[in-house]
Design a protein around this ligand. Sequence first.
Ligand SMILES: C[S@@+](CC[C@H](N)C(=O)[O-])C[C@H]1O[C@@H](n2cnc3c(N)ncnc32)[C@H](O)[C@@H]1O
Length: 321
Amino acid sequence: MSSQLPEHNEASLPPQEIIDLFKRTFDDELYGDEEEGLEALQVQIQEVKSHLYDRDYLGAFDNDSKRVAYCCRWSPARALGYAALFAHFEPVVDVLTCAEKEDQSVLCIGGGAGAELVAIASIFTPSRPFVSKYAKKAESESDNETTESLNVHLVDIADWESVTTRLLENIEKHWLYSNEFDSFKVKPEHKDILTMDSQALSLSKLNLITLLFTTNELFKENKAGSIRFLQQLNKNCSKGCLLLIVESAGSYSHITVGTKKFPLQFLIDTILCGKRGQENEGDWEVIAQADSSWYRCGGRLDYPIKLENMRVFYRLYRKKT
Ligand SMILES: C[S@@+](CC[C@H](N)C(=O)[O-])C[C@H]1O[C@@H](n2cnc3c(N)ncnc32)[C@H](O)[C@@H]1O
């Protein structure tokens, strides 16, 4: 049985606002003339699609036109789905809105393509008292004196810098404006997550880690490195840290360990939570999960490329110690 996420959760900006952010950012590519506009973009999208079909993930993102094409084609629908998913989990909303009135830090692994960034910004923005257009009514004058920041570290093996920069310019211009943009501290980093150490990732300071549509890729690239990386999370993340893993429902690859073949999710659960029957011994607990959850994009959204519905598998873990 599949569950369904609401099309819009009030903790985030409305879906059309999220889509408009992409329309504004990629105006030239989506609405430009014949040579530079949608037709040219569709050619690039086909090329990226064939790399993705061959599971050649590195080849899919190896130049700027392909990265922009990926972002225009896949990230808007993903951003809608991620905004709905993040908003569905109260502890995640608490992190993204700095509800505890303290700085919060998020690490998005494989988060260069913009969907996580825009989804996070779509939840952070309405929580800011100075963004009067969106702010929920402040209860008192003192509520306006927020100084806490949201730190967002986007680590990706592909170089998404120009895409991120363009999205951030528009997040500042249309959502957060200059007075609140300073508290949305985004650090894009072009690196292989599996080669970074716990200090470079500030693992002990993180409040939320996202691994969205990226786990299969990591394990395909480097199985032993991916296992070691999850073990680093066990060792270095602090109590209360959240870890959200999302993949396309039913797409989790199988993995061979010794002579046995497992669905990848079993291996991940075992590393994070402990062996079956001994889950209490693991470092993390599962606080929300679904094998199949739909996010359906509303039919009335205005975007020149089809926005695909998403059926996802998710697990939200919380560090116990
Ligand atoms: C299928 S895309 C998903 C993008 C995005 N998370 C989303 O959901 O739309 C996988 C992303 O993971 C990145 N990636 C793959 N291997 C990586 C690694 N070893 N370290 C960091 N990023 C990696 C890719 O460059 C790509 O941006």
